[in-house]
Design a protein around this ligand. Structure first.
Ligand SMILES: C[S@@+](CC[C@H](N)C(=O)[O-])C[C@H]1O[C@@H](n2cnc3c(N)ncnc32)[C@H](O)[C@@H]1O
Length: 339
């Protein structure tokens, strides 16, 4: 948790802690030294913050603000973090408002629909890309020390990324990129994503993590008594059989599940895996998806949101292990530039 936030509710009882718990950033990693004087934690602004995967990953990095247009996302965010959360259309934000956060690091997780390979790939012509393009313009004027971002595979060859490289390159940013997947961090879940760091200090570098053993899915499952909270976990074998070619059914002892998207619970195919249990096949619950994303058991999934709303929000979120890996690379670049 960030700051002095107080979780209102624990949806996952203690004793269910998964083996893979994303390690918080150490204070040493989060602070920087400028001319031999140790400056306190970097200040980070989370843009397109959703439920706050980046805030959850920050540890000792100070999150000074978070902005997203979604009210349901805000209700999860504010149940977990004391950081100010602004519910606003990002493309309409004036430069001054963004500059007033005085953030060293801007993290952006813009919508992926303009770039997904299964979508229309309208790229910069997609209205959902406008807020990102507006931020690129703002970055060229406000020039935060570091910009970091996440998007789907395919973004790397987009016109939007070409624009970002050109505009940021012109004002002196150096850029590093890497494709990372939660499965590289020992998590039995696929979530391949493209990450970018752009810095005005130091030399950014991003590399894959050291290899690690992947844990079985059973380490991430709820206790049976928790299921009463969720609606719509059941799914009939017959329904799945109709789409047998395009659904993934896994068992608790397996070590890989498919990427959970915002369509989980709505679309049967290509939205995430189903779990074979002794009495049939079921969907993964939102708290199980949250664990696979690296959220701790203290992370609150508010009771007033439906199971479907939570699946949607979690499906839009980020894997916290990947974000921490990128934030460590941000720290290294800033330290190198400041020492
Ligand atoms: C890929 S998700 C990122 C989610 C987030 N990082 C998380 O941990 O949940 C994109 C987010 O951008 C928000 N969003 C989309 N368009 C926006 C806009 N024009 N202004 C503000 N937020 C927007 C969505 O509500 C969504 O939460």
């Amino acid at each position: 948790m960030n700051g002095d936030s107080t979780p209102m509710d624990r949806t996952i009882p203690s004793g269910q802690t998964p083996k893979i718990c994303a390690r918080p950033l150490e204070p040493e990693e989060a602070s920087i030294s400028v001319n031999g004087y140790r400056k306190s934690a970097l200040r980070l602004l989370e843009l397109f913050s959703g439920i706050g995967a980046v805030s959850a990953a920050c540890g000792e990095i100070e999150v000074v603000g978070s902005i997203d247009i979604s009210q349901p996302a805000a209700s999860v965010y504010t149940a977990n973090f004391s950081t100010p959360n602004l519910v606003r259309e990002i493309s309409a934000l004036p430069d001054q408002l963004l500059a007033d956060y005085q953030a060293d690091v801007w993290w952006m997780s813009p919508p992926c629909q303009p770039f997904t390979r299964r979508g229309l790939q309208a790229d910069i012509h997609d209205p959902r890309c406008q807020a990102f393009l507006r931020l690129i313009d703002a970055i060229s004027r406000i020039q935060p020390t570091v910009v970091a971002m996440e998007n789907v595979h395919g973004f790397e060859s987009s016109l939007a990324f070409a624009r970002m490289q050109e505009v940021l390159g012109d004002v002196g940013y150096r850029i590093a990129t890497e494709k990372l997947c939660s499965s590289q961090f020992g998590v039995p879940n696929l979530r391949p994503r493209f990450f970018v760091i752009a810095t005005r200090v130091g030399e950014p570098s991003l590399a894959p993590p050291d290899s690690t053993t992947v844990q079985p899915i059973e380490q991430f499952l709820d206790a049976p008594e928790q299921f009463s909270r969720w609606e719509g976990l059941e799914v009939s074998e017959q329904q799945l059989r109709e789409y047998a070619h395009a659904v993934s059914i896994v068992t608790p002892s397996e070590d890989l599940s498919r990427c959970f998207t915002s369509a989980y619970g709505q679309s049967i195919v290509r939205s995430g895996s189903y779990l074979r249990v002794p009495d049939g096949i079921r969907r993964f619950s939102p708290s199980e998806v949250a664990r696979l994303l690296g959220f701790s058991d203290e992370f609150v999934l508010p009771e007033d949101l439906t199971t479907r709303q939570l699946w949607k929000l979690l499906g839009n979120s980020l894997n916290i292990h990947c974000v921490r890996h990128v934030l460590r690379a941000v720290q290294r670049a800033v330290k190198e530039g400041a020492d």
